[in-house]
Design a protein around this ligand. Structure first.
Ligand code: UDP
Ligand code: MG
Length: 326
């Protein structure tokens, strides 16, 4: 597929990043200039810096960059809304043909953006940055993160292994993504859902250039839980499975209790009449909860109002394809 020269937007969410943002912006500007000189991007390419309600000097710095450089757009959110929302805000502001999202801390080397752009020209709408090594992460972080991807897969959630939020999206993929009106954002899951031709770019993730992680353990856990509850109804379905299992066990115990009651005289009076209803009611309750869970699951997917499909291509002999396909 031959594409004309595409413009590039790079979106960077920043939360208390005063220690790194100078370096990040200068590296991204160098990269934009390089891509421009190599004729890989159109001149109207831009850098979008989103301040996620920082409490340090980040906004003053972003403001300064945007005032002196027309290729930089700086925006400030009304308060700290979290990484995913900050990124979403930035993505929605862009108008360029390709949009790359990257963290402010230089853990993901911006040089890889060039490889992503190359993949775009090969016809890919989404290019996922995938960490080939996690050497810079602690054992705990690596273990929990990789375990999480496996858990999500087991629950039927389609995620790209070891991919976070360093990725390129084409305009049509981004426009499709914007049709997902859900409030709880788990971008890496939604973008997988959107589809379109995609490829990956593997890279080594470095340590933070400066400053500390803005994702403490509590935030990380709540993000992980967000991912599960936004994409899977398996936890609800497990209640039904549990109800069946306890039902089965109680049936076996029930037979045993009856046998003991009828054929031996070692049963204490009242034992069978307490145990049988106890087991029965317990499993019936779990099963009923499971059924409610199933309906809740339906309600949950309905309330998301996710688009049912996106067209990726269309061939018509007697008329022009709709303009949104171009
Ligand atoms: N970030 C944000 N809002 C937040 C937390 C983080 O915009 O509430 C940004 C942060 O500035 C960085 C990116 O999200 O650009 C990823 O955060 P960080 O590097 O601290 O996370 P880690 O790599 O440690 O998981
Ligand atoms: Mg980081």
């Amino acid at each position: 597929m031959i594409k004309t020269l595409a413009s590039l937007a790079i979106v960077v969410p920043c939360y208390n990043e005063e220690e790194v943002i100078n370096e990040t912006v200068s590296r991204l500007k160098v990269l934009l200039a390089k891509l421009l000189s190599e004729n890989k991007i159109a001149p109207k390419s831009r850098l979008y810096l989103v301040d996620d309600g920082s409490r340090d000097k980040t906004w003053e710095l972003l403001h300064g960059f945007a005032r002196t450089d027309p290729s930089i757009v700086a925006v400030k959110l009304s308060r700290n809304k979290g990484h995913q929302n900050a990124l979403y805000a930035g993505l929605c502001l862009t108008e360029e043909d390709m949009v790359v999202s990257i963290d402010a801390d230089l853990q993901d080397d911006p040089a890889n953006i060039e490889r992503m752009v190359d993949e775009y020209y090969l016809g890919n709408d989404v290019v996922y940055g995938v960490r080939s090594k996690r050497d810079s992460d602690t054992f705990f972080k690596r273990f929990t993160a990789e375990g999480y991807y496996h858990l999500m897969r087991a629950m039927g959630v389609d995620l790209v292994f070891n991919h976070a939020d360093f990725r390129l999206m084409s305009r049509r993929a981004l426009d499709a993504f914007k049709q997902y009106p859900e409030f709880n954002l788990f971008l890496r899951g939604i973008i997988r859902e959107v589809g379109f031709p995609s490829s990956i770019v593997e890279y080594e993730r470095h340590a933070r250039f400066a400053g500390e992680s803005k994702y403490p353990l509590a935030k990380m856990l709540s993000f992980a839980w967000e991912g599960i509850t936004s994409f899977s109804i398996v936890p609800l379905r497990l209640i039904t499975v549990l109800g069946f299992c306890t039902g089965l066990v109680s049936f076996v115990v029930l037979v045993w209790v009856l046998l003991v009651r009828v054929f031996t005289d070692s049963a204490i009076p009242g034992w069978a009449s307490i145990l049988i209803p106890l087991l029965f009611v317990g499993s019936v309750q779990l099963l009923c909860l499971g059924i409610i869970g199933e309906y809740l699951g339906k309600l949950y997917s309905e309330t998301k109002r996710r688009p049912k499909y996106h067209l990726s291509d269309m061939v018509v002999m007697d008329k022009e394809p709709p303009s949104s396909m171009e």
